[in-house]
Design a protein around this ligand. Structure first.
Ligand SMILES: Nc1ncnc2c1ncn2[C@@H]1O[C@H](COP(=O)(O)OP(=O)(O)O)[C@@H](O)[C@H]1O
Ligand SMILES: [Mg+2]
Length: 256
């Protein structure tokens, strides 16, 4: 049993050498996401959100600083199947069925598929795709494809979940539905979650706290705590408390 499934970044910097210039994608970023917390990351395009996720996933190395994921180095955590990830583009394999796409991380990690039959069935149920197990991605709507990618992110039972604008390509109505769905899933599995989003409403609805980033250089501007009780019902979007929190995030985005 892993007791600490949090994410920690300690004075993390990542710079990229451009043509004659150095892009400081992340500049001295420190962030502590406790085990089981839900953190939303919001900020202008290019402020280093995806870079932060890539570092925490072990897909890229920091120029300086330390990153811990479930008490390990990011690559170790990924190899141990402790991390899950979903991106804006569902990025499904078009020739693989829904269930085979969900099983993909198991193949990558060399796990025995037959040990996970019940797990996969459960996930298909969880994301509301019962009856579509054998369907191909091309036969699904955008929202359904995105749900497959969420299920795929969960198949190893990750203790740490990274979501990079997973609903960014969906229309507003579908996005709301997916937000409600994600809250339900998270309340069940309580993975430490880091969600990158452009939606202030989405961030406030889902997170314990919203980390507002600023760009050039990429850094954390402000952290807005979201003290709303869960489950948060769809009606909450129109309450004064909700609007006040949205305003706080919006002001932080404007640099106040
Ligand atoms: N592989 C790379 N090579 C060069 N520059 C990069 C690379 N990845 C990201 N950057 C730069 O780092 C900055 C942050 O990028 P990114 O993390 O993708 O931002 P965000 O996800 O917040 O939009 C941007 O200026 C981007 O151009
Ligand atoms: Mg990005």
């Amino acid at each position: 049993m892993i007791s600490n499934t949090g994410i920690t970044l300690e004075t993390v910097s990542r710079s990229f050498q451009g043509r004659g210039t150095v892009v400081q994608a992340l500049d001295n970023v420190s962030l502590d996401c406790p085990a089981g917390s839900f953190t939303a990351l919001i900020g202008p395009s290019g402020c280093g959100k995806s870079t932060m996720l890539r570092l925490a996933l072990g897909l890229d190395d920091a120029t300086s600083g330390e990153i811990g994921v479930a008490g390990m180095k990011p690559q170790q955590a990924a190899k141990a199947g402790l991390t899950g990830v979903a991106f804006q583009d569902a990025a499904l394999m078009p020739w693989r069925s829904v269930e085979d796409n969900i099983a993909l991380p198991l193949d990558v990690l060399g796990r025995k598929r037959s040990d996970f039959t019940a797990k996969i069935d459960g996930l298909i149920d969880l994301v509301g795709l019962k009856g579509f197990e054998k369907s191909l991605p091309g036969e699904l709507s955008g929202g359904m494809r995105q749900r497959v990618s969420i299920a795929r992110a969960l198949v190893t039972d990750p203790k740490v979940l990274f979501l990079d604008e997973p609903f960014g390509a969906l229309d507003q109505i579908l996005r709301r539905q997916m937000n409600i769905e994600l809250q339900r899933i998270w309340m069940k599995n309580r993975a430490t979650t880091l969600l990158v989003t452009h939606g202030i409403d989405e961030a406030v609805f889902l997170a314990d706290r919203v980390v507002v980033m600023q760009s050039r250089p990429g850094r954390i501007g402000k952290v807005v705590d979201i003290p709303l009780a869960r489950p948060r019902l769809p009606e909450i979007f129109t309450t004064p408390e909700f609007h006040a929190l949205e305003d706080q995030v919006a002001e932080a985005l404007d640099g106040h």
